[in-house]
Design a protein around this ligand. Structure first.
Ligand SMILES: [Zn+2]
Length: 286
């Protein structure tokens, strides 16, 4: 069941795909002016379409290609003629979408191929200029949209929550941390996240998010040095796996996070960290 909340000119549209009538997951799209930021998953596309008919949607702008962000595209393009704009690296994926694994098909649905235009380095939404900021790690094509004037940052799936414990196999934790440092360095007053929604005064939340993973990385290395296996380190630091780990055949798992954090930090090696967050600073404990 679609739910909406507002924050100034922004509307959050919460979408919940179900299995056997039970909600299994939640993701949000956002409306600013006539533009949707992302479009939910294929299974929630019909209800997003009905809502969009009455809210003047003319365009969809994407943060990345994952199926829970692009699933409304085909239906809204066909029924309402909306234009679809995506980061350059996202465009070829959306034009010829790969076959997603079965568990993702069951939970979210398989996206259809769509015609899509590549966004420039800057995009205007509802009269506001947004800079397109590459923020890879969660996905290689992931971008954030930043309005310095409005001190507003759309973060897609970069933030998610203060403590993220599950990673897909393809994700890179250190690259995500670099992207999180970059997001924090922009000092937004409002983060708009596809899962957490509207995060006001997000500095402490971003600092907490960064500190959590950096501490996990340190602790994981210590435990490995003591001779614990990867599985044992994961269990000790972040607990048992959840049901999605089994359903996904290990694609979406806590052990993927710990494995990635144990890899060398190639994202920031050889240069200074971009960003100004001090994970040990006064904001870190919030
Ligand atoms: Zn994603």
């Amino acid at each position: 069941m679609l739910k909406t909340t507002t924050h100034g000119p922004l509307t959050r549209i919460q979408l919940e795909p179900t299995i056997l009538g039970r909600p299994v997951y939640q993701v949000s799209a956002f409306l600013l002016g006539d533009t949707l930021i992302d479009s939910g998953c294929p299974k929630t596309a019909p209800e997003l379409l009905e809502w969009s008919r009455f809210h003047g949607v003319r365009r969809i702008v994407h943060t990345h290609h994952h199926e829970d962000h692009v699933g409304g595209d085909m239906l809204l393009a066909r029924e309402l003629g909306v234009e679809i704009v995506a980061p350059p690296r996202t465009v070829p994926i959306l034009k010829s979408y790969y076959r997603i694994p079965l568990y993702r098909k069951i939970v979210w649905g398989q996206p259809a191929n769509v015609e899509v235009r590549a966004m420039e380095e800057e995009i205007v939404i509802a009269g506001r200029r947004f800079q397109v900021i590459p923020t890879p790690g969660h996905a290689s094509d992931h971008v954030c949209l930043h309005s310095p004037e409005a001190e507003l940052l759309f973060t897609g799936d970069l933030y998610i929550s203060p403590r993220v414990l599950y990673l897909r196999r393809a994700e890179d934790a250190w690259t995500q941390l670099q992207s999180l440092h970059l997001a924090a360095s922009l000092r937004p007053q409002l983060v708009v996240c596809s899962h957490a929604g509207f995060v006001e005064n997000p500095g402490p939340a971003l600092a907490h998010r960064i500190k959590h993973w950096e501490q996990l990385a340190y602790q994981a290395r210590e435990l490995r040095r003591e001779g614990l296996s990867l599985r044992a380190v994961t269990r000790r630091l972040v607990g048992r796996e959840g049901w999605m780990t089994w359903v996904s055949g290990g694609d979406f798992a806590k052990i993927n996070l710990v494995r990635s954090l144990l890899e060398p930090d190639t994202a920031t090696a050889g240069g200074p960290q971009c960003g100004s967050v001090n994970p040990g600073g006064p904001d870190a404990g919030v």
